[in-house]
Design a binder for this molecule. Structure first.
Ligand code: ADP
Length: 396
């Protein structure tokens, strides 16, 4: 069975085609700059050379068509025709309280997704456009929606209610939702397998550290808290997002800089984080390089990031009354040896001791804890696309 996984953003569409017999990737790619100048498809078949096609891509329907053409092309394609695609799995950012698991997409589900736009105006519209384009071009293929928020729907009410009047929750659905759920679910399952223990017996903190970063308390296989909130802006400081700040700062900046609510939202999402602190870049490789050359603001940005991550581990250990494992994933978690060390250093009070030699690893599953570390420290590369494909198979 072949399953196509689609992750549609406002101007890009990422895809992977899986052969579910052996969970291998037949081809993957990205359509970039949809609706902008300089549209481009980058298509990588598993056993052939990468192909890049530049052309104007006016909308998502054209992007989906380009992807399907690439997959079925007689030179660089990997399937004979579209009928070989048995199902499509779509990543959807926000399922609000409507979806606590993945669902088969129907007209009714599409209506509910559209209702969720009001609380996820930045993220859900492109996901919906992608689903609509795929349904139009593959009308007979079953499709499944997999939500970033779904895994976190097990959070207890006291973890998701904010200190604002309860009416705000009832009226506008203002509460913590948590994000990156597909990644946290995948790595917590893999970590349990790695440790050869049932996930139901484990208390874990999973750290998805990438351009966006979120940290989850996973107790007995269920998410009980996540550092992201009503939107993916809350939590630890990120590439360009400010993370948790005193909410009074928002009104203060608006007043001092004379900017609107929309502008300040954009500012907090795109101009802050380690980019804003360092003044160097949002990319941790650049920041680490600058810090290595003595740039003090770059060094400070790394320290702020690691310190905030450390505090989440401590608070989630308290929330779960114990901690068996911490799991690093995402571009930074999987690859940054120095950030993992900074986060885990001086945590022996919690039984966390990193082994510097074992920590010398990138991008593969590994146990990097020192002998005698009560809490195991794992690196588990995430694979959200595979998780989406697996959910898709189980639902159709
Ligand atoms: P996204 O959230 O967009 O999926 P990723 O999970 O790919 O992002 O993470 C991107 C981040 O990972 C970037 O900040 C990048 O600098 C960082 N990263 C990737 N490789 C390394 C590395 N070898 N060392 C340090 N940071 C890395």
């Amino acid at each position: 069975m072949k399953v196509l996984v689609i992750n549609c953003g406002s101007s890009s569409l990422k895809y992977q085609l899986f052969n579910m017999e052996n969970q291998s990737v037949l081809a993957k790619g990205i359509v970039e700059r949809i609706g902008l100048e300089g549209g481009m498809l980058k298509h990588q078949p598993a056993d052939k050379a990468k192909v890049e096609i530049s052309e104007n891509i006016p909308n998502h329907r054209v992007a989906v068509k380009m992807m399907l053409d690439a997959l079925t092309d007689k030179n660089h394609g990997v399937i004979g025709d579209m009928s070989e695609i048995s199902a499509v799995g779509h990543r959807v950012v926000h399922g609000a309280e409507k979806f606590s698991g993945s669902v088969k997409i129907t007209d009714e589900v599409m209506d509910v997704l559209k209702e969720c736009i009001s609380i996820a105006p930045l993220h859900n519209p492109p996901n919906i456009i992608g689903i609509e384009a795929a349904r139009e071009l593959l009308p007979d293929v079953p499709m499944v929606g997999v939500f970033d928020t779904a895994f976190h729907q097990t959070m207890p009410e006291y973890a998701y209610i904010y200190g604002v009047p309860y009416e705000m929750y009832k009226k506008y659905s203002i509460r913590r939702y948590g994000f990156h759920g597909t990644s946290h679910r995948y790595v917590s399952m893999r970590a349990a397998k790695f440790l050869n223990k049932p996930v139901e017996d484990l208390k874990m903190v999973t750290l998805h550290l990438g351009n966006g970063s979120s940290i989850t308390a996973v107790k007995n296989g269920k998410s009980v808290d996540n550092s992201m909130g009503f939107t993916p802006l809350e939590g630890i400081v990120m590439g360009t997002r400010c993370g948790s700040i005193d909410p009074a700062i928002v009104a203060f900046i608006m007043e001092k800089e004379g900017i609107t609510a929309e502008k300040v939202n954009d500012y907090l999402n795109k101009k802050c984080g380690v980019l804003g602190i360092s003044g160097v870049s949002s990319d941790f490789r650049d920041i680490e390089e600058a810090a290595g050359k003595g740039n003090s603001r770059a060094k400070l940005a790394l320290e702020v990031f690691a310190y905030q991550a450390k505090k989440y581990i401590g608070s989630y250990a308290a929330a779960m009354n114990g901690l068996d494992a911490i799991v690093f994933t995402g571009g930074i978690g999987e690859n940054s040896i120095s950030i993992r060390k900074m986060i885990c250093d001086e945590m022996d009070y919690f039984g966390i001791k990193i082994d510097e030699t074992k920590n010398n690893v990138r991008g593969k599953e590994a146990d990097i804890s020192a002998d005698g570390s009560k809490t195991r420290i794992l690196v588990i590369p995430t694979n959200e696309e595979l998780m989406i494909a697996l959910d898709t198979v189980s639902l159709i």
